[in-house]
Design a binder for this molecule. Structure first.
Ligand SMILES: *Cc1c(COP(=O)(O)O)cnc(C)c1O
Length: 400
């Protein structure tokens, strides 16, 4: 990697357990070394010693906005259009209800039938609450389903199984042409794949903090609301942290100005603080370098898989066209589940998604070309030795 590449030293900032080759940054990012001491300081000093005064002295109140501003830089938003809070599922509920309320009288929500299931569950519940119908169709058919009855479209920018990128400008334009609003899920985008919410004219977005953003297990998620909509938004989880003056303890709700109104209850301070610190790794890192490295790693993996793994029956299930490929690559194989178990025994970590997707995430901040070669050689070896063929690998566990 050239010296002037802004990713030249980012790998060193992560803790990598001994002997582990990690290709699961799209599920749970590695731990940035700096958060260890940071979390300890937050717990010992801010909580342990500062106690309630830390709401002011350590600025606990503004953590959602401060983390949000760092996130905004990665997704093409203004700093005040993003807050970090809650989970992706909860944020989707809040922004989708807001979108539906901005389009009264319309009867439908259109979404991708193959979306990450939590998104589908939330869409269904919002539809039930408002008496709407859900049109869940393959993502590519969404534009042909849009008419003046559609209130909102919900679509994930980078598909969680195939890694296909859906064109943000085109889907947004088609949605707007029908007079509807669009909600983007950026869970597999932020930190690995460029996107420009403002330039694309997007209305709302949500995404999670623990994947390529390395915010830690169960890290707070985030949401984006285009500045032009926010003052008209009525979000349904109107809690006191979204109140204009929470410490007036008024009996009547009055929404805060701006994106702050999308907050609900007390900030999860420790999690937000860790996320915010983890995001500092992106400071000074160029999004073009992130994209370049991501494509270099996924292309190397696909080329090597074609050369070494196709003969064993592995099929590349991610786009070969780099322009529409996110930062993970899925291979399909009937013994995929067993192969992943054997890889894991060898400390090579990827993950598995039903029914037969072996998913390998290539995190631009820390994965290397060497690791890609080791991964492909390991899969090749497992097939040649039939090391996947063990009875215990046929037992499916809940989490892989
Ligand atoms: C990971 C992921 C989520 C996670 O939702 P949480 O509520 O934060 O657990 C949601 N949507 C997509 C597309 C994801 O990939």
């Amino acid at each position: 990697m050239p010296e002037d590449n802004t990713l030249a030293n980012t790998r060193e900032r992560f803790h990598i357990p001994d002997g582990v080759r990690y290709f699961d940054g799209n599920s749970l990012g590695l731990m940035p070394k700096v958060v260890q001491l940071h979390a300890s300081n937050v717990i010992t000093h801010e909580w342990g010693n500062g106690l309630i005064s830390s709401w002011h002295s350590a600025e606990w109140r503004t953590l959602p906005q401060r983390a949000g501003a760092k996130l905004a830089a990665l997704i093409g938003a203004r700093p005040d259009e993003v807050v970090a809070c809650d989970s992706t599922s909860v944020n989707l509920f809040k922004v989708l209800v807001s979108a539906v309320r901005l389009r009264p009288g319309r009867r439908k929500i259109v979404t991708d039938a193959d979306a990450f299931p939590t998104d589908l569950y939330i869409v269904d519940q919002v539809a039930r609450l408002f008496g709407l119908t859900v049109d869940a169709v393959p993502a590519k058919e969404i534009p042909s389903r849009l008419d003046d009855q559609v209130a909102a479209v919900v679509l994930t920018h980078v598909d969680y199984r195939s890694a296909e990128i859906y064109n943000m400008e085109e889907f947004t334009r088609a949605t707007h042409d029908a007079g509807a609003l669009i909600v983007w899920d950026l869970s597999h985008t932020a930190g690995a794949v460029p996107c420009d919410l403002d330039k694309s004219g997007a209305d709302f977005a949500v995404g999670c903090g623990y994947k390529y953003l390395n915010g830690g297990p169960g890290a707070p998620a985030y949401l984006y609301v285009a500045a032009r909509h926010v003052s008209a938004c009525e979000q349904p989880l109107a809690g006191w942290f979204g109140h204009a003056r929470p410490f007036d303890f008024a009996q009547k709700y009055a929404p805060a100005e701006g994106t702050d109104r999308f907050l609900c209850g007390t900030n999860p301070v420790i999690g937000l603080s860790v996320l915010s610190r983890a995001l500092d790794i992106f400071e000074g890192v160029s999004i073009d370098d992130i994209r370049g490295k991501s494509l270099q790693l996924t292309q190397l993996f696909i080329d090597s898989a074609d050369r070494q793994l196709a003969t064993h029956g592995f099929v590349v299930a991610s786009p070969r066209d780099p322009a529409i490929r996110g930062s993970h690559v899925s291979l399909r194989h009937t013994q995929g589940y067993a192969v992943m178990q054997e890889l894991s025994r060898r400390k090579i970590i990827g993950d598995f998604r039903m029914p037969d997707y072996m998913r390998f995430g290539f995190a631009p901040l820390y994965n290397t070309e060497d690791e890609v070669h080791q991964l492909v050689d390991a899969i090749d070896g497992i097939m040649k030795e039939r090391a996947w063929d063990k009875p215990e690998y046929q037992q499916r566990r809940d989490f892989t």
